[in-house]
Ligand binder design. Sequence first.
Ligand code: PMP
Length: 430
Amino acid sequence: MEPRWSSSKALWERACRSIGGGVASSVRGGVYPHQLYFESGKGAHLVDIDGDRYIDYVLGWGPLLLGHGHPAILEAAHAQLDRGIMFGGGNMHEVVAAERFLGALGWAERLLWTNTGTEAVQIALRLARAHTGRDIVVKLGGGYHGWHDTVLASYMGYGKGGEPVPHSLGQPASSLADLRVGLYNDLDNCASAFEAEPGRIAAVLVDPTSSNTGSVAPEPGYLEGLRRLCDEHGALLIFDEVVSGLRLGLSGAAGRFGVTPDLATYGKAIGSGMAVAAVAGRGEVIDLVLQGAVHSGTFNGNPLAMTVLTATLDVLSQPGVYDHIDALGQALVKGVRMAAIEAGHVVAAHHLGATAMVAPGVPRLTGPDDYAEADWEHWGKHVVPAMLEYGVYLLPGGRLFLSTQHTLADVDATTEAFADVFDSLPAPRV
Ligand code: PMP
């Protein structure tokens, strides 16, 4: 019999000779035993080049909130392909998409288009520095905000705050000179950052749901407290909603938790697989682009991405869409908890909008500290490959992305697979 995933393994070995690290994004190199290669996706399912079919909870690492090949997305993309992919000037779709997206958010006056979450964070920080005339940015431990040098610090496993810990080889220590790391969900800690450097902090950058280290609702009053502290000290509050945007509802975390930031960044799900991202917020801050704050990008606002974004909002605005996602999340969490209890394993499970979390080895997951305690080696090396055998495709860090096209039958099949897999594996480290 052919070994499992033999075509993927062969392509992976071939890729390693022509593509640096064998993967197109370094996080995909951390997938055990190697990344899989896919042939096609439809709805909530993927087919790999060995012909195996999977229920997909990776969803492109977040963007495919509408699943694969949604008819409305295909129709919008096909129509635009015939008219042109790029014009290098204006197009109607960038305007319509901006109006529609601002309408969905409900709190922001203006936006700028860009292509990736990393770029959106970069322009948001630049605008905050331009607006305040200050350089220092406070981020919260456990927050990932893209791969650029000035914020790539202190995320996975570093919920603790303190000195920023560089994350990459080749990242100059000087690039983190203006970064401070605070504690997520801890207002006193943020207040002391302001007191330590009065008048020097340009912005607090927070992923409101700590979506790379927990995907949790913030403690009641936390975001309100950050808003108050920023106002008291003349700093801007920036929400990184690259993951939470649209996954938590049309108005994202700002709408869900009722706290208005000065700026917020969006990416991933807004483009349903197209590379599109945005920074939205107060008009007077965004308008600094008219006064010398540089925001450029060859691909910004291209009509293909823009028309897909508008189609994405059309689909998500239909009644019942988010209720369906909530029902999926609840069924998944219930099934995973049952599976863990029956196997006698300590496993935390919860969902927040269209993002669910399963964390082995911890009784609950409230943020970056608990996240750092979970047994991710057990998850990555044992649970993920075992679930693949059952036709369920999972991310390494315990996050399960849900789409509008998953069904309760998909979720039932998934929780049955979890039950068998937990039963067959040794318990995670507690
Ligand atoms: N912010 C958050 C919260 C993210 O999760 C990510 C990507 N995982 C980014 C920013 C960067 O986005 P991108 O990969 O599109 O550059």
